[in-house]
Write a protein that binds this ligand. Structure first.
Ligand SMILES: C[S@@+](CC[C@H](N)C(=O)[O-])C[C@H]1O[C@@H](n2cnc3c(N)ncnc32)[C@H](O)[C@@H]1O
Length: 232
């Protein structure tokens, strides 16, 4: 599957939704929750604010956000994969039942402009057909002064030890384990999605071009993950 093929990406995420969280825990040794927690610490969402989680998938980030804010009111999660949202609804129905789950496109949310105090996106930007278009839409729906945090794999330019480590990790750990669950092809997509994914510096340029007032990029996990922090 080619990155940018929106329909195929939606189908892929639908097909892996039941195993997504389980495999995420294996592949990151559970650390993805720590990285998501770091993202929240950097943004410090507070009770009463209105937040959105773009590309929310099975709802992990939205639920962590609700836990952080000690309320699931005023939180919206949006994703194009309906099966992933079914998992999100099921996971949230007991303790986080106010989260609003929307089946929609992060590139064109159809939500009113200037609506949110904060916006999150975890491992979503890389999957969009255009990072710039995703950032434009994020900027549009944020209130002026609203803040955003975008967590994803880091993209490397040229040769580097960290880039080599990423390739080895994805090719010799992630894909073989996913293959044991019949999902080797689906998880080999991660590497493809990184080929044209902008580096941190380029993400900053795109965000500023999309309208954001401030943009900075921080790395996590020995430089394997990156967080783009934005102010609208
Ligand atoms: C790697 S998953 C991340 C899920 C979740 N944020 C997490 O961290 O566990 C990427 C998600 O992006 C969603 N996605 C990809 N393109 C999208 C689009 N154009 N609009 C909305 N969601 C999209 C996929 O359906 C998938 O659930």
């Amino acid at each position: 599957m080619r990155p940018g093929n929106t329909k195929a990406i939606e189908e892929m995420f639908n097909s892996i939704s039941s195993k997504y969280d389980f495999l995420n825990d294996i592949f990151s040794f559970g650390l993805h929750r720590f990285w998501k927690g770091e993202l929240l610490n950097m943004l410090n969402p507070t009770y009463g604010e209105i937040w959105i989680d773009l590309c929310c998938g099975t709802g992990d980030m939205s639920i962590l956000l609700a836990r952080y804010m000690k309320s699931s009111e005023n939180i919206t999660g949006i994703d194009s994969a309906s099966q992933a949202l079914l998992v999100a609804r099921e996971r949230s129905k007991k303790n986080y039942s106010f989260i609003k789950w929307i089946n929609g496109d992060a590139l064109q949310t159809n939500l009113p402009s200037d609506q949110f105090d904060g916006l999150l996106m975890a491992y979503g930007l890389r999957n969009l057909s255009s990072s710039y278009a995703g950032l434009r839409e994020a900027f549009r729906i944020l209130k002026p002064g609203g803040r955003a945090g975008i967590l994803d794999f880091r993209s490397f330019e040229g040769r580097s030890i960290q880039g080599l480590f990423q390739k080895i990790y994805l090719s010799f750990f992630v894909v073989p384990i996913a293959s044991l669950f019949g999902l080797g092809k689906e998880y080999s997509y991660i590497m493809k999605s990184l080929v044209n994914f902008p580096t941190g510096a380029k993400q900053i340029d795109l965000a500023l071009a999309a309208g954001f007032k401030k943009a900075q990029y921080r790395t996590l996990a020995q430089g394997q993950m990156g967080i783009l922090l934005l102010e609208a």
